[in-house]
Ligand binder design. Structure first.
Ligand SMILES: CC(C)(COP(=O)(O)OP(=O)(O)OC[C@H]1O[C@@H](n2cnc3c(N)ncnc32)[C@H](O)[C@@H]1OP(=O)(O)O)[C@@H](O)C(=O)NCCC(=O)NCCS
Length: 176
């Protein structure tokens, strides 16, 4: 568990279901995301899947750690951050409740997770990607001292089974 000025950052738990449904089943935060929104049933399965994945300890494999950020004052979960590691590289992803946007919460959480990954998990390089229209997301990357290393123009992917094309920004931070 990590503690910052306003947040507790900890592995996802079954009890987080109601708070996660508030933003995970909302179309607006998910407009630039490939795997969200989720129906309430999908959120339940997702949490179970994350809990199973966190138990994995084989460092040569992809390890998926799904964290939540909880407001220290209210005990409310307002966002998720995923950290997927393979060897000494990692990729971050995030989503949060729109009622709490633009207050610096995600930047606070991401900075703490980057420090943790570098200092406690031995990670050397962390990546994050987003749609170039997703200003809030690449602002979080820049405020976390990540640097844009590439833009994939007309990147193709699938969003809930439908092909989508977008300009994908790739950011990175290295542990010097
Ligand atoms: C991305 C997200 C997690 C950011 O969370 P957050 O707690 O609001 O982030 P922060 O407050 O730390 O930083 C957001 C920054 O973007 C800025 N921002 C947001 N929308 C903006 C816009 N339309 N134009 C310019 N700046 C904008 C904010 O002002 C803030 O920067 P500042 O601190 O310099 O003022 C949240 O917007 C979200 O859940 N979005 C939907 C999910 C998503 O897209 N996830 C990423 C997929 S790759």
């Amino acid at each position: 568990m990590l503690t910052t000025k306003r947040l507790i950052i900890r592995p996802i738990e079954k009890l987080d279901y109601d708070d996660i449904c508030e933003y995970g089943s909302d179309e607006e935060p998910s407009q630039y995301m490939l795997y969200w929104p989720k129906s309430k049933e999908e959120v339940e399965k997702y949490i179970d899947n994350c809990i199973d994945k966190i138990k994995s300890t084989n460092l040569s494999e992809l390890i998926w750690r799904e964290y939540v950020m909880e407001l220290r004052d209210e005990g409310k979960v307002i966002g998720n951050i995923s950290l997927q590691t393979r060897g000494n590289e990692a990729e971050l992803g995030w989503i949060s409740n729109k009622r709490y946007w633009n207050k610096g919460y995600m930047t606070e959480a991401v900075n703490a997770i980057i420090d943790y990954a570098f200092n406690m998990l031995g990670i050397k390089r962390i990546f994050a990607t987003c749609n170039d229209k997703n200003i809030a997301s690449f602002k979080v990357m820049e405020k976390s001292k990540m640097v844009k290393i590439r833009t994939d123009i007309n990147h193709k992917s699938y969003r809930r089974g439908v092909e989508v094309t977008y300009n994908r920004l790739i950011y990175c931070i290295e542990n010097m």
